[in-house]
Design a protein around this ligand. Structure first.
Ligand code: UN1
Length: 512
C-alpha cells in the first residue's frame, strides 16, 4: 500500500470511538490536525478561548481544595487505576501516537509504556511522600518538615512525546494532592483527547469503588497561545511545567517569575557523545544509530553531536555513514521501517536551512534529502543526515529538531569535554569508552555539564525512575523519577513546643 492509499482519518475515528471519545470532539472545529505519515487531515477540533481557560482554572482550583483532603495513598489508588486503563488501552493509544506523531510502532507503544511506568512509580510514591525530622537546639521542642499540595498545576506539552510528558507530570501532581490543567501541543490534540478519556474512565471506576474525587481533577484545554498564557498568568496556578523550545521557555519562565509562581522547564537539548579509543565500536554504532536517527531525530534527548577520537575515526565513521545510507525510511506503521516522517513542512525547512548553514561552515553532508514525496506530497520524510564538521560552529551549537548528526574529530579528551560542554544547552550526554578513568571523568564534577550523563549508551531513551531534565538553556527543571515529586509540593518547616517554657533560639532573651 502506498502512503496515498492509507485512510488514517477512518482509523483515527475507530480508535477514538473505542477509547470513548465522542466524534463531535474532533470534527467540525477550527484546529485542523494532520498525520505526518500522509500529511492529510485526520481531525478538526474546537479550541478553548482565554475565557474558557479562566473558568477551567477556577474549576480546577475548586477540585484541588477537595482533592487535598484525600489521603495520599488513596490518591495513589486513582493512579493505579489509570495505570490499569492505560495497560488496557496500550495498543490503541500507541497506534494513535504513531498516527498523530509519526513514531514507529515500537516507539508509539513505548510511549504508552512510559505512561504505565510512571503510574506504577507514582502509586509507590503515594506512600512515600516523606519529610525530615531535624534536631532542634530548644529543649522540649520538635522540628520537622511537612510537604503539602500546591494547587492546580499547568502542564504544557510538546508534540514529540504528546502523552508521556503529560503523564510524568500528572501522575506525580495528582498523588501529591494537586489538580492539573493540560495544554497539549496544537499539533497533537487527538492523543490528548484519548488520554483524557482514559483518565476519565479511571476516575469513574475510582468513584464507582466508593472513593470520592472531584470532577475537574484533570482538565484538558485544546488551544493555542492564549490558553498557554492564561495558565502562565493566572494567580491560582502556582506551578507550570512546560516542555518545548527554548524560545517558549524564555517567554514562559520570566512571566511566571514575575508573579513568583514556579516553573519546571524542559527545553531544548543539543546532546553529544564522545567516542574514545577503547570504545566497543559495535555497541557504539548501535547506540549512536538509535539515539541519532530514532524518532526521526525528534526527541529532546536525540544525539546531535558526536566527538570521535582520531585513532578510531576511520573505523567508526564510514560504518556509521553506511548505516545512515541504508536505514529504512517510510510509513512508521509498516514493520521494518526505522525512520518515520518529520512532523511537518516547517520542520523539513528548518532541517534544510541547518544543512546549508553547516555546508557554509565547511561541513561535509551525507543524506538529508527528502524521500517518498512522490507518494505523498504533503508528508515530509527525509534520509537522516550525517555531517562531518571541521569545527563546532554555526548550526552545531543550535538545536534543530530533525535527524542531523554533526561528527567531529578530537585528539585530547579534555578538549573534547570542553567542546562537549561549550553549547548553550545541557540536557543529555554520553561517553563510549572501556577506560574506567575516562568514564569516571565524564560523570565527575569536571565532566559533562548535562542533567543526564551516560556511559556506553546513547543520550536518549531515559527510563522514568531517574530525574529527567537538564541545565543551562534546557531550563533546569526535573520531572519524573527520583525526588522530582518535591517540585509539585510546598515544604513547610514546623517547630512544635511541648514544654511549659519558651526558650528562644540563638540564646535571645525577651522576658516581658
Ligand atoms: C522528550 O524528548 O521530550 O529520554 C522526552 C527519552 C524519553 C523522553 C524524551 N524517555 O528519550
Amino acid at each position: 500500500m502506498t502512503l496515498a492509499q492509507l485512510d488514517l482519518a477512518a482509523e483515527v475515528q475507530t480508535i477514538l470511538g473505542k477509547l470513548g471519545v465522542a466524534a463531535d470532539r474532533y470534527t467540525g472545529g477550527t484546529l485542523a490536525v494532520r498525520s505526518p505519515i500522509t500529511g492529510k487531515e485526520i481531525g478538526r477540533l474546537s479550541e478553548a478561548s482565554a475565557t474558557d481557560a479562566g473558568q477551567a482554572i477556577d474549576a480546577a482550583h475548586q477540585a484541588f481544595l477537595e482533592w487535598r483532603l484525600v489521603p495520599a495513598p488513596k490518591r495513589g489508588e486513582l493512579i493505579r487505576l489509570l495505570g490499569e486503563e492505560l495497560r488496557a488501552a496500550k495498543a490503541s493509544l500507541g497506534r494513535l501516537v504513531s498516527i498523530e506523531v509519526g513514531k514507529i510502532t515500537s516507539e508509539g507503544l513505548g510511549e504508552v509504556q512510559e505512561m504505565i511506568d510512571i503510574c506504577d512509580f507514582a502509586v509507590g510514591l503515594s506512600r512515600q511522600l516523606y519529610g525530615l525530622t531535624i534536631a532542634t537546639e530548644r529543649s522540649e521542642h520538635r522540628m520537622m518538615e511537612t510537604w503539602h499540595p500546591l494547587g492546580p498545576i499547568g502542564i504544557i506539552s510538546a508534540f514529540n512525546f504528546p502523552v508521556a510528558v503529560w503523564s510524568w507530570n500528572a501522575a506525580l501532581a495528582i498523588v501529591c494532592g494537586n489538580s492539573t490543567i493540560w495544554k497539549p501541543s496544537e499539533k497533537t490534540p487527538l492523543t490528548a483527547l484519548a488520554t483524557q478519556a482514559i483518565f476519565e474512565k479511571a476516575l469513574d471506576r475510582y468513584i464507582a469503588e466508593g472513593s470520592k474525587a472531584p470532577k475537574n481533577l484533570s482538565t484538558l484545554l485544546i488551544g493555542g497561545r492564549e490558553v498557554g498564557e492564561a495558565l502562565v498568568d493566572h494567580e491560582k496556578v502556582p506551578l507550570v511545567s512546560a516542555t518545548g523550545s527554548t524560545a517558549m521557555g524564555r517567554a514562559v519562565g520570566p512571566r511566571l517569575a514575575q508573579r513568583f509562581a514556579r516553573s519546571i522547564l524542559e527545553l531544548g537539548g543539543n546532546n553529544a557523545a564522545i567516542v574514545t579509543p577503547t570504545a566497543d565500536l559495535d555497541l557504539t554504532l548501535r547506540g549512536v544509530a538509535f539515539s541519532a536517527m530514532g524518532t526521526a531525530g525528534q526527541r529532546c534527548t536525540t544525539l546531535r553531536r558526536l566527538f570521535v577520537h582520531d585513532s578510531i575515526y576511520d573505523a567508526l565513521v564510514p560504518r556509521l555513514i553506511k548505516a545512515y545510507q541504508s536505514v529504512t525510511i517510510g510509513s512508521p506503521l509498516q514493520d521494518g521501517n526505522l525512520v518515520g516522517p518529520l512532523i511537518d513542512k516547517g520542520s523539513f525547512e528548518k532541517m534544510q536551512q541547518a544543512l546549508e548553514a553547516a555546508k557554509a561552515e565547511g561541513g561535509k553532508v551525507t543524506g538529508g534529502a527528502r524521500v517518498l514525496d512522490g507518494e505523498s506530497a504533503d508528508a515530509y520524510y527525509v534520509r537522516p543526515a550525517i555531517v562531518e564538521m571541521p569545527t563546532q560552529a554555526g548550526p552545531v551549537k543550535e538545536e534543530t529538531f530533525a535527524p542531523i548528526l554533526y561528527v567531529m574529530r578530537y585528539s585530547d579528551l579534555d578538549e573534547a569535554l570542553h567542546l562537549h560542554n561549550d553549547v548553550p544547552q545541557g540536557l543529555s550526554s554520553s561517553i563510549f569508552t572501556n577506560d574506567m578513568r575516562e568514564a569516571e571523568a565524564f560523570v565527575s564534577d569536571c565532566g559533562s555539564d548535562c542533567g543526564i550523563a551516560n556511559v556506553n549508551l546513547g543520550p536518549s531513551g531515559a527510563e522514568i525512575g531517574g530525574a529527567f531534565g537538564g541545565e543551562k538553556e534546557t531550563g533546569g527543571g526535573r520531572e519524573s523519577g527520583s525526588d522530582a515529586w518535591k517540585a509539585y509540593m510546598r515544604r513547610a518547616t514546623n517547630t512544635l513546643n511541648y514544654g511549659r517554657t519558651l526558650p528562644l533560639a540563638q540564646g535571645v532573651k525577651f522576658d516581658v
